[in-house]
Design a protein around this ligand. Structure first.
Ligand code: SF4
Ligand code: SF4
Length: 100
């Protein structure tokens, strides 16, 4: 279990917006991902919604390994904006970890 940071979800949500709440955890995104990324979006996005900042930051490498190819998004039945969410997480890490 990670530590819940109550501000984390709000800070990720600002200013770009983060849409992952509609995810049904169906697994289609992982099945079609050319990088075989299983964490995105199902688990990492859920961590954001639950406030587990430490778990998200511990998986920064995965967040930066995404190709932003949108294969997952094209097949997502819940129309989650997966690539934009990945960009939002990268922006968050750039600002809050790397100070850039
Ligand atoms: S395909 Fe969409 S609904 Fe299914 S797990 Fe991935 S993000 Fe969630
Ligand atoms: S956008 Fe990222 S997570 Fe989605 S299929 Fe492409 S590499 Fe995988």
């Amino acid at each position: 279990m990670g530590l819940v940071n109550p501000d984390f979800t709000d800070r990720v949500n600002r200013p770009e917006g983060f849409n992952a709440a509609a995810c049904m955890n169906c697994g289609v995104c992982s099945a079609v991902c050319p990088m075989g990324i299983d964490l995105l979006p199902r688990k990492l996005f859920r961590y954001v919604l639950l406030g587990f900042e430490d778990k998200v930051l511990a998986n920064s490498e995965t967040i930066y390994s995404c190709l932003l190819c949108r294969m997952c998004e094209a097949n997502c039945p819940a129309e989650v904006n997966i690539a934009e969410n990945v960009r939002t997480l990268r922006n968050y890490i750039n600002k809050n970890v790397f100070n850039i």
